[in-house]
Design a protein around this ligand. Structure first.
Ligand code: ME8
Length: 510
């Protein structure tokens, strides 16, 4: 039987500047998946955090006359506040400056060294400081610049430790073959194989002597551990590895999903698996590389400064409008546009017109015709079939979509039920039924069917827009709010609905 645990991670973000909507995008998706799995009965461990070492942060801090720690601390406080405002339900927030993380990374480094997988050599390479990435000549862009950010790279030569990636090349290819779902979406796997693995894996430089802001190599103190070994290890040091293997590590490792942006799939599907093979522990089940949020055709970037504080959007439109937008707008895996206009259009079309309207119309009719008391005399007509059969099918539809990380499609499916419900009101014309006393039971049934569609959609929306769903449940005054209550017809008869309140206000545009 499948172990009912679920370990999901976001990347640990660089606190080199304040977080932007791109970081929110990954984190909101991870949160939605974590919540969904919790609601499905899994024991979930959801981790996020910050990646604090490296030359870039050292440089920015020095320029500001601060120590790196003094520089990052307020940014991290701010990030936690942002996650709090976005309703991010992380179980653990790791900082790579945490003492236990540092000590564990040192042990990991030593274990790999003792095994002969890390050796001392001479590093000559092309380095991109903003990206903290080394590149070979052949990887540079057509102008001889960094293939990620297209800025200058410079040549570096120094004594350094190397990790024998090359030793694991064949094992890695075999692992990909044996685990076809390891890299998602599929296209990213081919990119890894063709661009990086087939040309031959080069050993990886894993220490630096040219800067100080990092975890020292215990047996050679002038070296600090180069960021990717430090950063990737976060996924296991937080679980106690290698100090304590019997508790969280045993329970949650291997990770079920590392959710990452497409630009760091390479690190998660090449370096990370090879490190784990060197340590002799299981590999994660899946790395999902999602696309970017794009502004005016370009990447949102701290360095370019083309973004607002995400809290501005939350303050203007509400947290669930932001969450919904992030989850709904971008076809998962692809790039998607981010703009305030699109956010507004999405909110008005789906949350105001479809969801808010349906809830308010239904509750208003129930109040007007039956003093908000819920009854189901089961006077069905064939027009009900289209609504009820879809509502019955919806939970498994959504489950399949969420489990294949097609969150935007899952939301589309849920909103299809809400749209059908709005249409059902227009087709059954409750205001006409209300005029005919012999149709009272039919009218009660129509309203019951609508309330059930609302309740079922709301249960399924819990992971995505949790605050709103809580408000709807309060209005419905129902206790049937769990995934185990998804059967159509579960809503308690005899309950009295609460006063309806406006869920979302229409956002006026110029
Ligand atoms: O890469 N659209 O940190 P980072 C979508 N510390 N997602 C975006 C985005 C955008 N425009 N911009 C950023 C690092 N992201 C390393 C990771 S993990 C062991 C170490 C998200 O601060 C996306 O998830 O540059 C991307 O992978 C991540 O932020 C990069 O964050």
């Amino acid at each position: 039987m499948e172990n009912k645990k679920f370990y999901i991670t976001t990347p640990i973000y660089y606190p080199s500047a304040e977080f932007h909507i791109g970081h929110c995008y990954t984190t909101i998706i991870a949160d939605a998946l974590a919540r969904y799995k919790r609601l499905s009965g899994y024991d979930v461990f959801f981790q996020t955090g910050t990646d604090e070492h490296g030359q870039k942060i050292e440089k920015i801090a020095t320029e500001k006359g601060l120590t790196p720690k003094e520089y990052v601390d307020p940014i991290i406080e701010n990030a936690k506040d942002l996650w709090n405002k976005l309703g991010i339900s992380y179980d653990y927030f790791i900082r790579t400056t945490d003492e236990d993380h540092c000590a564990r990374v040192q042990k990991i480094f030593k274990m790999m060294y003792d095994k002969g997988d890390i050796y001392k050599g001479e590093y000559k390479g092309l380095y991109c400081t903003p990206c903290e990435s080394f590149w070979t000549e052949s990887q540079l862009d057509e102008n001889g610049k960094c293939p990620d950010c297209h800025r200058d790279v410079h040549e570096v030569s120094e004594e350094a430790y190397f990790f024998k990636l090359s030793k694991y090349q064949d094992k890695l290819v075999k692992f990909y073959e044996d685990n076809p779902k390891f890299i998602q979406p599929e296209s990213r796997k081919n990119e890894m194989l063709n661009n990086f693995i087939k040309p031959g894996l080069e050993d990886l430089c894993v220490s630096r002597t040219s800067f100080k802001w990092g975890i020292p190599v215990t047996f050679d103190e002038k070296h600090v551990i180069y960021v990717w070994i430090d950063a990737l290890s976060n996924y296991i040091t937080s679980l106690g590895y290698p100090d304590n293997l019997d508790d969280k590590f045993k329970k949650y490792w291997p990770a079920d999903i590392h959710l990452v942006g497409k630009e760091i799939v390479r690190f998660h599907t090449i370096i990370w698996p090879c490190m784990l093979m060197s340590l002799g522990i299981d590999l994660p089940k899946q790395v999902f590389g999602h696309g970017w949020l794009i502004v005016d055709g370009g990447k949102i970037s701290k360095s370019l400064g083309n973004y607002k504080d995400p809290r501005d959007y939350i303050n203007s439109y509400g947290v669930d409008a932001v969450r919904y937008y992030a989850l709904r707008e971008v076809p998962f895996g692809n790039d998607g546009n981010f703009s305030e206009d699109l956010l507004i259009a999405r909110t008005n079309a789906d949350l105001v017109n479809t969801l808010g309207n349906l809830v308010n119309r239904t509750l208003a009719m129930s109040k007007k015709y039956f003093s908000s008391v819920v009854e189901n005399p089961k006077v069905y007509e064939s027009i009900d079939d289209n609504l009820i059969s879809y509502a019955k099918m919806l939970p498994s539809l959504v489950d399949n979509k969420v489990n294949s990380l097609k969150v935007n499609e899952a939301l589309e499916d849920i909103f299809e039920l809400l749209k059908r419900s709005n249409k059902y009101i227009d087709d059954t014309t409750p205001w006409v039924l209300a005029k005919d006393e012999s149709k009272t039971d039919r009218l009660k049934t129509v309203l019951y069917n609508l309330l059930e569609s609302i309740r079922i959609s709301t249960i399924l929306l819990r992971a995505f827009i949790p605050g709103t769903t809580e408000r709807i449940f309060n209005m419905l005054n129902t206790k049937k709010i769990e995934f185990t209550d998804l059967d159509f017809g579960t809503l308690e008869e005899g309950i009295t609905l609460n006063e309806s309140e406006i869920l979302f206000n229409r956002i006026e545009t110029k």
